[in-house]
Each structure stands twice: as structure tokens, then as C-alpha cells.
Design a protein around this ligand. Structure first.
Ligand code: RIB
Ligand code: CA
Length: 312
């Protein structure tokens, strides 16, 4: 039986590749819906981009919902400097035709978890955790019904990418992240520590372009655009495909490894706001609450990604 998931997302080129990977894997994953959140770019763009990607995947019947347009308590911080003004800069994209669902994303998450048998729906946040935290705060009964939360966010050895100490998804809404990390929900975290090991390369981007498909070409165009930020900043060759690591973990968890540890979210630090304080060495005595992933088999990851994307 395919695993039932909700993808919560702020596209973002890497979100787009993650969504394509999920939609290319119907035998493994049933995407019950996609919920857009403000993050890389404002909500009107993330909900539009989510629909653009679903149409690109040939899945206009997918249900896309708009969620929260700002963090729980703070002003929205966006990342146009990484993703461009549209959030999907690189290739020219047509406006979507498929509809946006009228229901608020938070209510869709709550209703879906209440309707499905307990423990059968996995939440896959790829952006700030505002929608997820709002759902947990509005309907605490759903927390025990969640099969797993598998999210991209945080960092320990890699420290920050938006500030010296914080990763973007957590930094944008640290209070929301604290709600999720303290909720007791079964939690798998794919931080920069692992996503920075899933780097594109000229050859890997060429593999997408050489598919000769519209999807392959778009993925090549997006990763070409997306990598310029990381190459400039880190001097690395290639862009980290952050969000696709979440979906790849669901498809082939054996490609990944990590530790079940305590992870707390800094919500008051002057210089450390949004930091995931990951007790990798077990020194805090605090209760473990997250499987914190540190490593990926990079070749296996790109083989999986390339094979699946070539199906669309
Ligand atoms: O820090 C990387 C994360 O922030 C990714 O999810 C990217 O899409 C942005 O949302
Ligand atoms: Ca994202």
C-alpha cells in the first residue's frame, strides 16, 4: 500500500523537484494534497508555484491549498535572493490553469488527519512550519493521529544558511518549529548536514537535460539557477537539493543515516534565533525527540531522483 502523505511547501526550485519526485512515485506515495505556506516567496506565489509544478508533472487533478501567509508571531522573511522574484526563476513558466482549493490548508490538514485511520498519514513540510504548527495548536487531537512528520529544516554541523546559526525554514518561524519539535509527534529531520551532501553537479544537471523531456529540462533549468547562490556563497560545485531529500527518505530510507537525539529550537537568542540545538553527542540529558539525519548515499540519491524524474 502506498504511503499517504501531505506535502507542505514553499516553492522554491528545490521544493519543485521534491514535488515532482513524489508525483513520479505513485506506487510508493499517495499525495493526499499539497499545502502552500509563505516562505521562500510570499503565499500568493507559493500557492501558484505549487500548482505550476503539479501541472508540469501532468497532475492537474492534484488538490492544492493555500495556508498561512505569515509566521505565527513574526514578520515574514523571504529568500528571493536565492530563488528569484517568482520563487521559480530560471525557465519561463506559464500561469497555472488548475484551481486552488477553497479550503484553508490548515483545515485541510486537520480534516484529513481526523478522517483517515490514525497513524496512516505522514506530513512532509518543506518550508517554514507555520501551517503544521497552526494545525497542531487549533486541533491538538490530530497530533496523536500523525504517522510521522518528515521535514527539511535545521542544521547542526553545517550551522546556518540564512544567519550564522539558523537554517531558513526554522528561522522564518521559530515559534512554529518549537510547537512541532515539542509536540511529541514522531519526527524525522533532514537538516543542512545531510542536504549539503546532496549536491548537484554539471554531469547530474546534464542528466536531467539529456532526458529530452519538458520536466527534465525544467529541473535542469531550475537547478542551474538555484545553484548559483550556493556556488557563490560556499564556493561549492553544485546546489544542495534540500527538499528532495525528504521525499527520497520516504522512498528509500536506507540511503540515509542519523541519530535519534534531542533537538530544541532557539526562540529568544539575540544571535541564535531559529537555531536547531541538536544534542548530537548526548550531553544535555534532554529527552530525544527527533531522528536527525546526518548522511546520505549521494550516488544512490541521484540515481533514484534521475530515474523517477525521467518517468514524467
Ligand atoms: O534552507 C533550505 C530550505 O529553505 C529549503 O526548503 C528551501 O526551499 C527553503 O525553503
Ligand atoms: Ca522549501
Amino acid at each position: 500500500m502506498a504511503r499517504q502523505i501531505i506535502i507542505d511547501t514553499d516553492p522554491g526550485q528545490d521544493d519543485a523537484v521534491a514535488i515532482l519526485l513524489a508525483l513520479a512515485s505513485p506506487e510508493d506515495l499517495t499525495v493526499l494534497g499539497l499545502t502552500a505556506v509563505a516562505g521562500n516567496v510570499p503565499l500568493p506565489l507559493t500557492q501558484k508555484n505549487t500548482r505550476i509544478v503539479c501541472e508540469l508533472a501532468g497532475k492537474p487533478q492534484m488538490r492544492v491549498f493555500a495556508g498561512c501567509d505569515a509566521p505565527l508571531q513574526r514578520k515574514l522573511v523571504t529568500a528571493e535572493h536565492v530563488h528569484g522574484k517568482t520563487g521559480l526563476d530560471g525557465p519561463q513558466m506559464d500561469d497555472p490553469v488548475m484551481p486552488l482549493q477553497p479550503q484553508h490548508a490548515v483545515d485541510f490538514i486537520i480534516d484529513t488527519l481526523r478522517r483517515a485511520p490514525s497513524g496512516t498519514v505522514t506530513l512532509c513540510p518543506l518550508g517554514p512550519l507555520t501551517n503544521i504548527a497552526t494545525a497542531f495548536l487549533k486541533a491538538p487531537d490530530i497530533i496523536a493521529r500523525v504517522q510521522q512528520v518528515v521535514l527539511m529544516g535545521g542544521a547542526y554541523f553545517e550551522v546556518g544558511n540564512i544567519t550564522p546559526s539558523a537554517e531558513f525554514n526554522i528561522f522564518v518561524d521559530p515559534e512554529a518549529a518549537a510547537v512541532v519539535f515539542k509536540s511529541g509527534v514522531p519526527l524525522v529531520v533532514l537538516p543542512l548536514d545531510v542536504t549539503h551532501k546532496a549536491l548537484t553537479s554539471t554531469a547530474r544537471i546534464a542528466a536531467f537535460r539529456n532526458m529530452g523531456t519538458r520536466v527534465g529540462t525544467m529541473v535542469a533549468e531550475w537547478t542551474d539557477f538555484f545553484e548559483r547562490f550556493d556556488v557563490q556563497k560556499y564556493g561549492s560545485q553544485g546546489a544542495p537539493l534540500h527538499d528532495p531529500c525528504v521525499i527520497a527518505y520516504l522512498l528509500r530510507p536506507e540511503l540515509f543515516s542519523g541519530r535519534f537525539i534531542n533537538v530544541e529550537i532557539e526562540t529568544t537568542g539575540e544571535f541564535t534565533l531559529g537555531m536547531t540545538v541538536a544534542d548530537w553527542w548526548g550531553v544535555s540529558g534532554r529527552t530525544a525527540n527527533a531522528l536527525f539525519i546526518g548522511h546520505v548515499d549521494e550516488v544512490g540519491f541521484f540515481d533514484l531522483l534521475t530515474e523517477r524524474i525521467s518517468r514524467l
